[in-house]
Design a protein around this ligand. Structure first.
Ligand code: SAM
Length: 420
């Protein structure tokens, strides 16, 4: 594991050295794709900045700026604003992994199909969400939208049909509130991991976890166990070694989170993460200020099989659970038809709960099934426009990675038409 340095000048992932001049904004070094440049420009525009792109597209000259502090606190794609580091640049230093995207608690649990967190921060800015507003992600998955909203002081309602997703999203965002209790329980839980002189009563690690009455602390240890089970199943690591190592890393990540909140004086958003169905949202009409989400991409990933070991461990019956998941029911054309029906209901629900004039961002791609490309992007645009959304931006985003089944996805930004 690489050691992280607190000093901005020595962070491994970024070129350092020259400080930008006074009237400049400097892009972060990991910004490499055209869609990221497009989003970087959109976030500046929505924060009311007049700018000009200079120097091989990496530096932006500020032409007019009302409040530089707001930029420094919110921007996702920039390293410096007028010579001073952005909050985001400082947040991403708190990283216990080798992946630039997996800072703070984002890394906890190897969930497939995660959002790129930097993109979510930018999108929250682009659709104009502010501290105290409520963002909804009706397919919260691994909790990326929740954690990024929390960091910006935006409240988040996160829904997912999968109990594993609800658990990981809660642990990533709520453990910070229970850090002292989490540390108090560490010894009691870890001494159950292997039989020893100090563990003669025959109690297992599961027994110790079940004794914990505080839900946030219990969830934290249940998650640590699932991360270790996954390490054991996917990488062949011995369970006890994996558990102890991951637990240490999880605690350090939550500590990092608490430290950066203090250092940057962040006011965290409130989280409301629960199990539910996107086709029947447990929310009132026009109660939400913005939506940022990514539904299952037709039949691209089977979320039930993919997380089968963890869902079983949590005590769920896979064939029962499968009935409620979008994109995994039926075979052949029936599977596609069922998916389309479920997505129509989900889009109608998003429309119902969103306030008029507000925005819904849907990230989605076309998958290939039985040798045919399924036009999910076109289907989503058509149906959304039919029910009263207006497509205001459609940005192509490449999916980078050698083994991806899909090469491209689209960032669709809709506005709900209607009177404010
Ligand atoms: C593409 S993933 C979301 C990934 C997420 N954006 C992230 O960053 O991790 C789609 C999610 O939809 C969830 N899902 C499937 N059917 C659902 C339903 N009927 N209601 C709510 N969520 C559902 C799956 O469990 C999965 O987590």
């Amino acid at each position: 594991m690489l050691q992280r340095a607190e000093d901005l000048d020595s962070f491994w992932a970024y070129r350092t050295g020259e400080l930008p001049q006074d009237n400049q904004l400097l892009l972060l070094d990991n910004v490499q794709f055209i869609y990221e440049l497009a989003l970087a420009q959109l976030e500046l525009q929505s924060l009311g900045v007049n700018f000009e792109v200079t120097n091989s597209l990496r530096e932006f000259k500020l032409l007019e700026l009302k409040d530089e502090e707001v930029l420094r606190r919110k921007l996702a794609y920039f390293k410096f604003v007028k010579g001073k580091p952005t909050d985001y640049f400082q947040i991403i230093q708190k990283n216990r992994t080798r992946s630039v995207n997996q800072y703070l608690t984002h890394w906890i649990y190897p969930y497939k199909g995660k959002f790129h967190p930097q993109m979510i921060r930018a999108l929250l800015n682009i659709i104009g969400l502010k501290q105290g507003d409520i963002v909804l992600d009706p397919f919260i998955g691994s909790g990326t939208t929740a954690l990024e909203a929390q960091l910006l002081g935006i409240n988040c309602v996160g829904i997912d049909i999968s109990p594993l997703c609800v658990l990981q999203s809660r642990v990533k965002t709520e453990s910070i509130e229970a850090l002292p209790q989490i540390r108090e329980w560490k010894e009691e839980v870890t001494k159950r991991i292997r039989p020893s002189l100090f563990n003669l009563d025959g109690k297992t690690i599961e027994d110790a976890i079940n004794l914990i009455s505080d839900e946030k602390v219990r969830d934290f240890y249940r998650m640590a166990k699932l991360v270790a089970i996954s390490d054991n199943a996917r990488r062949g690591r011995e369970f006890a070694t994996a558990f102890l190592k991951n637990l240490e890393l999880m605690i350090s990540s939550v500590l990092d989170y608490a430290e950066i909140v203090k250092k940057l004086n962040l006011k965290l958003g409130k989280m409301d993460i629960k199990a539910g169905d996107s086709r029947a949202l447990p929310l009132g009409k026009e109660s939400i200020d913005g939506i940022v989400t990514s539904p299952p991409y037709s039949i691209a990933l089977d979320y039930v099989s993919n997380d089968a070991h963890a869902l079983k461990e949590l005590g769920y019956n896979l064939s029962e659970i499968r009935e409620e998941f979008i994109g995994v029911r039926g075979k052949g054309q029936t599977r596609i038809d069922l998916y389309n029906e479920d997505m129509k209901k989900s889009l109608e629900e998003m429309f119902r709960v969103l306030k008029p004039k507000k925005y819904a961002v849907i990230v989605i791609g076309n998958a290939t099934y039985l040798g045919q490309e399924i036009k999910t992007v076109e289907f989503t645009i058509d149906y959304a426009e039919k029910i009263g959304f207006k497509l205001v931006k459609n940005i192509d985003k490449i999916i980078f990675g050698l083994y991806n089944v899909m090469q491209k996805e689209n960032i669709l930004i809709f506005q709900k038409e209607g009177m404010p």
